[in-house]
Design a protein around this ligand. Structure first.
Ligand code: S6P
Ligand code: ZN
Length: 190
């Protein structure tokens, strides 16, 4: 049996931290190449290198049936018309699905099917769950004005593949138009 502290973890969604769990921080400089408006990106970077998000990973076991989860805190803000976002990834084991639960704030998830490129923008809100199927790249955006906090639960064996997205980015972007998030083809903005 796991120890009590492995069975029960106290998380602080306000900061995206979990007692005893390693947290990863991503700053604006870590998201080079993610945003469409490169001039706005360079200008924002020149003014500082703000924290965009923090995610704490809780990994109690590594067996094939085990689960891991991440507690995420994504700051509000925009680069040009694009909302602050996570890097986004596929799971290394492509068939691994994930369940996201919104805790606070307002966000969207961008989902992209690997085989067809079909893209969806789905809301990530408190008291709602978002099912991310396998074979689907996923990225989170904060579309509100306060920090977005959420939990993502995934198989321990899922792994993370950032390479494919770093190379070609998502096919679509989520941008603010007249105060609301809309999904557009990246090519339509070029
Ligand atoms: C892990 C899960 C989340 C993300 C987090 C940060 O499978 O999807 O915990 O790690 O939202 O995003 P990213 O793309 O930088 O890992
Ligand atoms: Zn994931």
């Amino acid at each position: 049996m796991l120890k009590l502290e492995e069975l029960v973890s106290g998380f602080d969604p306000a900061t995206g931290t979990v007692a005893g769990a390693p947290a990863t921080e991503r700053r604006l400089s870590d998201l080079r190449g993610c945003f469409v408006d490169t001039a706005a990106y360079e200008a924002a970077l020149a003014a500082g290198d703000p924290l965009l998000y923090r995610v704490a990973a809780v990994e109690p076991g590594r067996g094939s049936g085990d689960l891991h989860y991440g507690v995420g805190m994504l700051m509000p803000g925009r680069i040009g018309d694009e909302y602050y976002m996570t890097k986004g990834h596929f799971h290394a084991r492509r068939e691994a699905a994930e369940l996201y639960f919104g805790l606070s704030g307002e966000g969207m998830m961008l989902l992209e099917d690997e085989a067809t490129g079909e893209s969806r923008m789905v809301p990530l809100l408190p008291n709602q769950a978002v099912y991310v199927p396998g074979f689907t790249a996923h990225r989170t955006m904060n579309t509100g004005s306060v920090p977005l906090t959420y939990i993502g639960v995934y198989p321990a064996t899922a792994g993370h593949d950032y390479g494919a997205i770093a190379k070609r980015n998502f096919r679509c972007v989520v941008v603010e138009r007249h105060g609301s998030p809309v999904l557009l083809e990246r090519n339509s903005l070029a």
